[in-house]
Design a protein around this ligand. Structure first.
Ligand code: AG3
Length: 276
């Protein structure tokens, strides 16, 4: 018997994967947490039936959400990840020698538990000495942190349920205050193809507080439309000015200094979403 998993990505389109089995499935206080095994993507983390990350293509998302801001900041020492309980962003952050402390603020402990047990390739960085794991509300943590972090990465789920507050102008204002003078934030901001209004609105909200706001793109096969956006807000640093030499030693599979620059070159329909 063949078993297939489908995520309904929009009201009219889904992604369907041939499945070997379910490794775990558990209702947490916030959502249903599951790890399934698929033929194409190996193990897949699902939250309320939505694909968060997969063993095969997670490197693209995690490298692009972490290395882009860390390359732009001249000397990132303190970094926070809001959400991202699988640990993939943390694993990439600690590849940077300048980082002294990386704080993961995840609201749902069950996501961390499931990832530690079933996705060790992704969660492995969580045990590093420089990493602190907080089971806490990221919105409250950021509100209470002032002038604390050089880089803040918002590695959230889609803007439904607990993540809605991570897409508001008020939250981005608190992120600005939580950043140091040369601080940089990045948020995952969904598919420009399926969610153009969301991309446009979120960009405007970040841009309302940050002097420099830029959208960049990566291609992630398991996410809706494959084309995925990230929005970067910067207090001082130019997102396109990076020190290639410093980045040569990074062990990556997607990110390179050339990919960094290319990621900010947007197809016209995407550029139009962020041009006033
Ligand atoms: N967070 C973004 C997942 C969004 C995917 N959306 C979807 N499949 N509809 C990923 C967390 C990885 N650390």
């Amino acid at each position: 018997m063949e078993l297939w998993f489908t995520e309904k990505q929009t009201d009219h389109v889904g992604i369907t994967c041939k499945t070997r089995g379910t490794l775990m499935r558990k209702q947490s206080q916030y959502q249903e947490v599951a790890v399934i095994e698929t033929e194409q993507f190996d193990r897949v983390l699902l939250l309320d039936g939505v694909i968060q990350t997969t063993i095969k293509d997670e490197f693209i998302y995690h490298e692009m959400i972490a290395h882009v801001p860390l390359a732009v900041h001249p000397h990132p020492r303190r970094v926070a990840v809001i959400g991202g309980g699988d640990g993939g962003s943390i694993r990439e952050i600690i590849k940077h020698g300048s980082v002294e402390k990386a704080v993961l603020v995840e609201i749902d402990e069950q996501v961390i538990e499931a990832s530690r047990q079933y996705l060790p390739e992704i969660s492995c960085g969580l045990d590093d000495d420089r990493v602190e794991v907080l089971i806490a509300d990221g919105i409250a943590h950021i509100r209470e942190s002032k002038n604390t972090y050089d880089v803040i990465i918002i590695d959230s789920t889609d803007p439904v349920g607990p993540a809605v507050g991570l897409f508001t102008e008020e939250f981005y204002r608190d992120v600005y205050e939580a950043l140091t003078d040369q601080g940089i934030m990045v948020a995952q901001t969904e598919s420009p193809y399926y969610e153009p209004e969301l991309v446009q609105r979120t960009f405007a909200r970040i841009n309302a507080g940050f002097p420099t706001t830029r959208l960049y793109i990566a291609y992630i096969p398991s996410y809706p439309s494959g084309m995925w956006s990230f929005t970067l807000g910067s207090k001082q640093c130019d997102p396109l000015s990076i020190d290639d030499g410093k980045l040569q030693a990074l062990k990556t599979r997607y990110y390179t200094p050339d990919v960094h620059r290319a990621a900010f070159c947007l197809p016209r329909f995407v550029q139009e979403l962020v041009t006033p």
